[in-house]
Unconditional design. Sequence first.
Length: 152
Amino acid sequence: MPVLLRARPRRIVIRTAAFKALAQKLLETVGESRAELSVELVGDRRMRKLNRRYRGHDAPTDVLAFAMREGPTPVTPLLGDVVISLPTAARQAVRDGRPVDHEVAALLIHGVLHLCGYDHERGEREARRMKRKERAVWRALQPIPTLIASSK
């Protein structure tokens, strides 16, 4: 099924085919190979607006996930939407000393796992469960391709 990708920041060039291939491999890894996924790459201003509107936090965040399914039997092929702030991802990558492509991939994994029902905010046990799954998926997706070609 398709991965829909929308990139808003005009100063950043996304390697669309590589990004979609990684997202499709991610869906296969989590057992959702037939699902559709929408990914939007945004700037901090857009992310702040979304975070304020949907979570009540008046600040940008790194990733938001909006699930389209409820319950065990999907009614729609659309798994949901993942929104990633590229400027926040870039700052976090610098802070943690890792490539921005790896940070974006980690945020994509995190967002998709939220769409699959994982939620680290439900308690320590669920947070550990989600972290274990993130590590397993990360290993399965290696090597992470170059996702960001350049900044204009």
